[in-house]
Design a protein around this ligand. Structure first.
Ligand SMILES: [Zn+2]
Length: 74
């Protein structure tokens, strides 16, 4: 199982269940047990999808948008 949670910086991260700590890209080391769980998944791939979803929720999809959703500008 993989656990999805959020860092204090607002970034969603995931880690394998049983892992004690996870280092966020912001540099903060998170104690996995103390974080509120946002989602749990069977596969790492699903966890990574979930993280992307949560990031899009927060940032409005600006970061991970796909090319076909980018408005056509001349
Ligand atoms: Zn962080």
């Amino acid at each position: 199982m993989y656990i999805v949670f959020r860092c204090d910086c607002g970034r969603a991260v995931y880690s394998k269940q049983g892992t004690a700590t996870k280092k966020c890209v912001c540099g903060k080391t998170l104690k996995v047990k103390e974080r509120r769980i946002l989602a749990m998944t069977e596969e790492a791939e699903q966890a990574s999808d979930k993280v992307r979803e949560l990031q899009e929720e927060k940032y409005g999809g600006a970061i991970f948008t796909t090319a076909d959703k980018v408005p056509n500008k001349r």
